[in-house]
Design a protein around this ligand. Structure first.
Ligand code: HEM
Ligand SMILES: *[C@@H]1O[C@H](CO)[C@@H](O)[C@H](O)[C@H]1NC(C)=O
Ligand SMILES: *[C@@H]1O[C@H](CO)[C@@H](O)[C@H](O)[C@H]1NC(C)=O
Ligand SMILES: *[C@@H]1O[C@H](CO)[C@@H](O)[C@H](O)[C@H]1NC(C)=O
Ligand SMILES: *[C@@H]1O[C@H](CO)[C@@H](O)[C@H](O)[C@H]1NC(C)=O
Length: 247
């Protein structure tokens, strides 16, 4: 038994020397275990579950963030840098150069009310996947594909529900803008950033399991995803939200 453990440790150490080819299947997915920390962000959690970010979710560097987002979802380096800098502001240490996934849970820095798959801070756990909340969101995704209009309706329904039920409800200007950006994010990463249409089963699988939907046939976008792609789709979602129902 002991020698098997030693051998597998040696194999694991050796594996890091291999040059993993582009498109190699991500086989190392494992949910968080004891001592691992996770965030309210389904994407960062998924990357940690896959072991592309540190599996324990701790002390994540800028380089790790940029590399993970580039190699798995083809996110542009500037956009990843901006997001890393936002993440750093959630580390209670003002001189920190890394963040841990649980830093992102602090209510009112990046974490906000009316999430698509998490309950509001007022109700308790603001960071773990919540089935009831997510079921409300996905009830607005009617067909096999989610378009900008359905993304807008799902997002707005969560805002309205929180506004009606949470006595402490609030969304700052920045938080409002984050909510549009997050709805845009699942479209541009898993779908077509030009048409704004995404395969619903891939998005549901991603939220539900915090795992990239590779087993369902998703592959990373061939075109690099930029902040301007995100802004374009976020703007379309905002425009669709301001239209009366049925238009
Ligand atoms: C370093 C990069 C990133 C950071 C620091 C980050 C941080 C966060 C945080 C703090 C939240 C919680 C907001 C809330 O209260 O709902 C969040 C939500 C979210 N993030 Fe990320 N994120 C990053 C990258 C990404 C990427 C690349 C995607 C692409 C799909 C993504 C998708 C989402 C989605 C869809 C939500 C909304 C979850 C919900 O409303 O339930 N994130 N992110
Ligand atoms: C790693 O992060 C933890 C918080 O998750 C912090 O307490 C610790 O000081 C960090 N370690 C290093 C080496 O930065
Ligand atoms: C919340 O509801 C109030 C009262 O109906 C409304 O004035 C406000 O605009 C709503 N907030 C958001 C973010 O929708
Ligand atoms: C994305 O949608 C656009 C516009 O509808 C279309 O021209 C393009 O072929 C689609 N791209 C992919 C990769 O399917
Ligand atoms: C959508 O995802 C399902 C897997 O759940 C897959 O069978 C189907 O081919 C996908 N559709 C497209 C157009 O990629």
């Amino acid at each position: 038994m002991k020698s098997i453990l030693v051998l597998s440790a040696a194999i694991c150490a050796g594996a890091s020397l291999l040059d993993i080819p582009e498109g190699h299947p991500l086989v190392n997915w494992r949910p968080a275990g004891p001592g691992d920390v996770r965030s309210p962000c389904p994407m960062l959690n998924a990357l940690a579950n896959h072991g592309i970010l540190p599996h324990d979710g701790k002390n994540i560097t800028e380089e790790q963030t940029i590399n993970a987002l580039k190699s798995t979802i083809n996110l542009n380096e500037d956009l990843a840098k901006t997001q890393f800098e936002a993440a750093l502001t959630t580390n209670p240490d003002p001189h920190a150069t890394t963040y841990s996934l649980d830093d992102l849970c602090s209510h009112g820095i990046l974490e906000h009310d009316a999430s698509l798959s998490r309950q509001d801070y007022y109700f308790g756990d603001d960071h773990s996947f919540n089935q009831a909340v997510f079921d409300q969101t996905r009830s607005h995704w009617k067909g096999p594909f989610i378009d900008v209009e359905q993304a807008a309706r799902a997002r707005q329904a969560r805002v309205d529900k929180s506004n009606a039920t949470n006595p402490d409800f609030g969304l700052s200007k920045d938080a409002l803008s984050l909510t549009y950006g997050e709805s845009a994010a699942y479209i541009i990463v898993f779908g077509n950033k030009t048409s704004g249409v995404v395969n619903k089963s891939w998005v549901e699988y991603f939220f539900q399991f915090e795992r990239l939907p590779i087993a369902l046939g998703w592959t990373k976008n061939e075109d690099e995803i930029t902040s301007s792609d995100q802004q374009t789709i976020a703007q379309k979602i905002m425009d669709a939200s301001n239209k009366p129902a049925g238009e």
